[in-house]
Ligand binder design. Structure first.
Ligand code: GLA
Length: 379
């Protein structure tokens, strides 16, 4: 019992010291309408950019989150529902003898919702090592079978990519898309290619084939992206990759590089912008595709105290401001920026409080930072 009480006191002290003591209690900021007549869409639009969020089925099923999304954002990316795990049909692949893409359930619901509300979409994602069913790599589309060979895997990759665009066209949603993540997270921080079943079965040129097929089957209006995190470490490898993704005539097969931007307030923005500038030299479009900025660093999340939230607000102000500045000066070609959600309560990294609004959808310094309203950005 004594020990329990001791633990409780200790916990209280820790929260007090890291929270209020070290940074002041959380302050409620004025509502967005009181601070500005603009929405996120207005602010980003002034710099020629769409502004996006990721979407889950839950977010569009609740009146308050749906209302916020429609007011603030004009582009969406499905958080999960277009990943290979969600769109590949094993039974039909076995019956038809080729890899079958079929959208169902929540994927269709979100597509229809986006169409009804005239939202632009990013497709996410086709070729990835994660959230991809293991059976697509095996003979008979069955994990009991041996791994297929390179030629068969190339056919399956082509089916996946062609099938995606055909399915979207068949269902009448292809026109919503302006960008597509063809390959996600293929590189490691040391500049080597991530070992995956795609690279092991096909070989290192699997990246080239992915863009070759995407270029062949996607309409011109859809920009084809490579998407990854840790840009600071991977920039050199991405520049090299971009130069290699050309067809026999030297034409580029890739249109853009997506920087996920799962960042932390402890990150060095000068280094981040150095990576952005290095990537801009490829001449490709750039988009920050999954922004969230956690409090603290990966190994140690910080408490959402006023001090820490202010630091986050300033980080968002500088990050988005630096991008606007570069875009306005023509130094980067960026037509959209996407946040990986909007509410701390619905974020995949909620322990780091990384978003623009808190769990009750109150604005944070982060929101006003992103909107370039310095007075409320934590300065
Ligand atoms: C990566 C992926 C996203 C998502 C996040 C976690 O960034 O690209 O699709 O899975 O991890 O939400």
């Amino acid at each position: 019992m004594k020990r329990r009480i001791f633990c409780c006191v200790l916990c209280f002290l820790m929260v007090f010291l890291t929270g209020c003591g070290a940074g002041g209690v959380k302050v409620k900021l004025p509502a967005q309408e009181e601070v500005t007549s603009k929405t996120l869409q207005d602010v980003f639009g002034e710099h020629g950019m769409k502004v996006g969020t990721c979407i889950s089925p839950y977010m569009i099923s609740q009146a308050n989150t749906e209302k916020l999304i429609l007011a603030q954002f004009n582009s969406i990316t499905m958080e999960n529902n277009m990943k290979p795990d969600y769109v590949l049909n094993q039974e039909r692949s076995q019956a038809e003898g080729h890899l079958v893409v079929e959208y169902q359930g929540d994927t269709l619901k979100i597509l229809q919702w986006a169409k009804t509300h005239h939202l632009a979409m990013r497709g996410h994602t086709m070729i990835w090592y994660s959230q991809t069913p293991e059976w697509i790599f095996h003979e008979g589309f069955n994990t009991q079978g041996a791994y297929v060979d390179r030629d068969e895997m190339l056919l399956r990759m082509e089916d996946l990519i062609r099938g995606t665009f055909e399915e979207l066209e068949r269902l009448g949603y292809l026109d919503l898309f302006y960008a597509f993540d063809v390959v996600n997270e293929a590189w490691m921080e040391d500049g080597s290619l991530r070992p995956t079943l795609w690279s092991e079965i096909i070989g290192e040129d699997y990246l080239w084939y992915a863009f070759y097929y995407a270029d062949q089957y996607a309409p011109e209006s859809i920009d084809l992206y490579y998407n990854d995190y840790n840009a600071v470490y991977k920039a050199a490898a991405l520049v090299k990759m971009a130069q290699s993704l050309v067809d026999e005539g030297g034409r580029s097969l890739i249109d853009g590089i997506g920087l996920q931007a799962h960042l932390f307030t402890a990150d060095d923005l000068t280094k981040y912008f150095a990576a952005v500038d290095q990537l801009a030299e490829t001449g490709l479009k750039l988009e920050l595709t999954e922004i969230d900025v956690g409090l603290g660093k990966y190994q140690s999340a910080q408490y959402p105290s006023d001090t820490n939230l202010r630091t986050q607000g300033r980080f968002f102000y500088e990050l988005i401001g630096g991008l606007f500045e570069r875009a306005d000066a023509g130094r980067i070609n960026m037509d959209a920026i996407t946040f990986w959600g909007f509410s701390d309560g619905l974020s995949w990294r909620k322990e780091y409080s990384p978003q623009l609004y808190d769990e009750e959808l109150n604005p944070k310094y982060a929101l006003y930072g992103a909107m370039q309203i310095k007075e409320y950005a934590g300065y």
